[in-house]
Design a protein around this ligand. Structure first.
Ligand code: GLV
Length: 309
């Protein structure tokens, strides 16, 4: 009974030892030392190479080291019958909450302008509306999205949430499906994308969507770079319809040095750090989910590959 780990990090060896200590009954191996492919029953991965997982004929489950599973599903040769479990955990949710609140508040209080004025030694006071007068729209109401929505509502913002299916969240106005998207967008001044990446959400942050937001709206993308049509954002900013964007995720990561986003004064770039799994607690979460899987118990992080999340 063996488990294989594919992680694109220098801490691979640390992860190996950590998981091995948490799962003493399972032989944990790094990808490059997987040994006999027939012995591998479990795979713990982040962006596995195409066709890599298909090498293991007895694979029983795939664990994504992260909330998203798009990096697993994009492997067209992946064994489709093998269930995929994501990794969330409270630290991932808390970090995401902090990032979303930080950047919503930054936009709400126009901090980027105040910081720019400091460079010019400009003392220019002004009154901003209160949070209650600012309408925030969260797209995607999964674990992370609904937590961010509740947290922003607790700060006093007027919060709406949109998702494919109907959600009920206290103090948050919820909208569902294509039919209610327009109404949701029309009332959103700061839009936060927290959607899973699926065929129906790829490219959702595009020219048409921007046009449905009120003039001067701001965008925060903490989901995936592929949700955004990059040129549409640059155009909408250039035309003044979108005022500001904070982007944590990009189609190409690291963001190439010559990418225009780096120098756009109306875009804040952060290096996919909104929420990362802490290896210590993430490892424990992975071990717990795997143990539940082996025992045939319910796992809330079990995903639906057909749905894409
Ligand atoms: C990070 O992007 C994740 O999916 O957890």
């Amino acid at each position: 009974m063996a488990l294989v780990i594919y992680l694109n990090t220098e801490r691979r060896q640390w992860w190996l030892e950590h998981l091995q200590s948490l799962l003493p009954g399972i032989d944990c191996r790094l990808w490059e030392n997987a040994g006999d492919p027939g012995e591998i029953l479990y795979a713990v991965v982040w962006r596995p190479p195409t066709g890599g997982l298909a090498r293991f004929p007895n694979l029983r489950c795939i664990i994504s080291v992260g909330a998203g599973i798009d990096h697993v599903l994009q492997d067209s040769l992946r064994p489709e019958h093998v269930p995929v479990i994501r990794t969330t955990g409270s630290d991932l949710t808390l970090r995401m909450r902090e990032y979303v609140c930080l950047h919503v508040l930054r936009m709400h209080r126009r901090s980027m302008e105040i910081e720019a004025r400091q460079q010019q030694q400009l003392w220019q006071p002004g009154i901003t509306p209160t949070a209650a007068e600012r309408r925030i729209g969260i797209m995607g109401l999964g674990k992370l999205g609904s937590d961010a929505a509740v947290s922003l509502a607790a700060l006093g913002f007027s919060v709406a949430g949109w998702a494919n299916s109907r959600h009920r969240i206290s103090n948050v106005d919820t909208y569902a499906g294509v039919a209610e998207k327009k109404r949701f967008l029309r009332a959103t001044e700061i839009l936060v994308c927290m959607l899973p990446l699926t065929e129906s959400t790829r490219g959702i942050l595009n020219r048409d969507l921007f046009a449905q937001l009120p003039a001067g709206a701001c965008i925060i993308n903490v989901a995936r770079g592929e949700h955004l049509i990059e040129n549409d954002l640059t155009d909408a900013i250039a035309h003044g319809h979108i005022d500001y964007a904070t982007l944590d995720v990009f189609i190409e990561e690291p963001l190439p040095a010559d990418h225009p986003f780096w120098h756009n004064p109306r875009i804040t770039v952060t290096p996919h750090i909104a929420s990362m799994i802490d290896p210590e607690s993430g490892g424990k979460e992975i071990a717990r989910n795997l143990q539940r899987f082996i025992n045939g118990e319910t796992i809330s992080d079990l995903t639906d590959a057909d749905r894409g999340y």
